[in-house]
Design a protein around this ligand. Structure first.
Ligand SMILES: NC(=O)c1ccc[n+]([C@@H]2O[C@H](COP(=O)([O-])OP(=O)(O)OC[C@H]3O[C@@H](n4cnc5c(N)ncnc54)[C@H](O)[C@@H]3O)[C@@H](O)[C@H]2O)c1
Length: 374
């Protein structure tokens, strides 16, 4: 009888978000929550009571040395993503890093190169690409039912949570960006970003981002920590149909509207020119009720054990951070247009094409495993 491999995981950063990751790794099959780490002994103590079998550490390096882990999950503030992710990979651990992957593109590139060299899984926590709603929207777009995608608008607004190390764009827009890039299957060529710091000097708490794509598509993102309502909404406008995705809705998250505007192909005089407004039915597809975080954690376990490349790979983390950097430049230039530097040849060859590395679990250790990134 063959022994099934189990991934032993340690979670670092047990503030607001880390406990959700710890809960999933404790519950999922194929994995064991081996260790927990936080600089704050009180937070650690609370988690120790919930998970008595996990070893607890205030020192990250001590956890790496002593806990006998296969993988590390990083849920600390953003400036710690790179040093902790790098140290974990140098110690031979697969790594899942919360969004955004790192504080700048140079750090992302170093993490990607290290994962390649050490043949380790590097995954970024772009949680929404694992949601049933986004998976379904992607299938609808791929089926051609929406026609040509013209425009996407995404809003992520609520009261706080305020941060004093990153602005609202670095905090909230990674979610919108990762979804837009996944749905359109491409990165924008240029970005404008305007914002304002209302509460903490120098840290924008409201911002608007515009993304221009070389194929002529356009997307906008509105991010705010200063809004009385919680809004998580995206509109995808196609030439034939439109989708409204409301993530706050418990069941009816997606509404497909058979709505479009038609222009007469030929007209002789301006008097003859008329738009036709088509108002058809709306349709609400049934979605599977699975926690996206659970899907994401399960995917990380499977990729770490099999060697398959993750859907939210280091490269997709890099693409998002490139746009965030361009947003920071644009904010400094009062919303000026910033073009996004071309993805280097090396990375382009990795994203969406074939990635191969040795399978490090389950099967023959020398076997090569190649998969297409979807
Ligand atoms: N996917 C999502 O929906 C989502 C939601 C919230 C936060 N996040 C991400 O999760 C990460 C953490 O955010 P948060 O809101 O939980 O932050 P937080 O400030 O509430 O918690 C961070 C924790 O990390 C600990 N920490 C910092 N440096 C450390 C180190 N070197 N070693 C050990 N512990 C250390 C701190 O003591 C703190 O307990 C961020 O990257 C954020 O973007 C993701």
């Amino acid at each position: 009888m063959s022994m099934q491999r189990v991934l032993t995981v340690g979670v670092v950063g047990l503030g607001y978000w880390g406990p959700n990751l710890a809960r999933n790794f404790e519950q999922l099959p194929g994995c064991r929550l081996g260790a927990l780490c936080d600089l704050d002994p009180e937070r650690l103590e609370k988690m120790r009571r919930l998970y008595p079998d996990a070893a607890c550490y205030v020192s990250f390096n001590q956890m790496l040395e002593e806990a006998n882990l296969d993988a590390v999950v990083v849920a600390t503030p953003v400036h710690q993503h790179f040093p902790l992710g790098k140290a974990a990979m140098l110690a031979g651990k697969h790594v899942l890093i919360e969004k955004p992957l790192a504080s700048n593109t140079a750090e992302c590139e170093e993490l990607i190169a290290l994962a390649e060299r050490c043949e380790l899984t590097l995954m970024v926590g772009h949680i929404f690409v694992y949601s049933a709603a986004v998976q379904m929207i992607r299938r609808i777009i791929d089926s051609g039912d929406l026609g040509e995608i013209r425009y996407i608008n995404s809003q992520r607004l609520s009261l706080g949570l305020f941060h004093n190390d990153i602005n609202v764009v670095w905090d909230l827009a990674p979610h919108d960006l990762s979804m837009i890039l996944y749905l359109l299957g491409r990165s924008p060529g240029a970005v404008n970003c305007q914002g304002h710091a209302n509460i903490t000097p120098g840290i924008e708490d409201v911002a608007n981002v515009s993304l221009s794509f070389e194929c002529g598509r356009f997307a906008t993102i509105q991010s705010s920590w200063l809004e009385p309502r919680k809004v998580r909404q995206m509109t995808i406008v196609g030439s034939r149909q439109m989708i409204v995705y409301d993530d706050i809705e418990p069941l009816e998250k997606i509404r497909i509207h058979d709505t479009r505007i038609e222009r007469p192909p030929h007209y002789e005089t301006f008097g003859e020119f008329q738009y036709t407004y088509h108002y058809g039915d709306s349709f609400i597809p049934r979605l599977e009720q699975i926690e996206p975080l659970r899907q994401m954690c399960q995917h990380f376990i499977a990729c770490s054990l099999s060697g398959a490349p993750p859907l939210s790979s280091g490269e997709s983390g890099l693409e998002v951070v490139k746009i965030l950097e361009a947003c920071s430049k644009s904010l400094k230039a009062n919303g000026g247009l910033i073009s996004i530097t071309e993805t280097s040849q090396e990375h382009r060859s990795l994203s969406g094409v074939m990635v191969a590395r040795r399978v490090n679990g389950g099967g023959n250790p020398g076997e090569l495993h190649a998969t297409r990134v979807v």
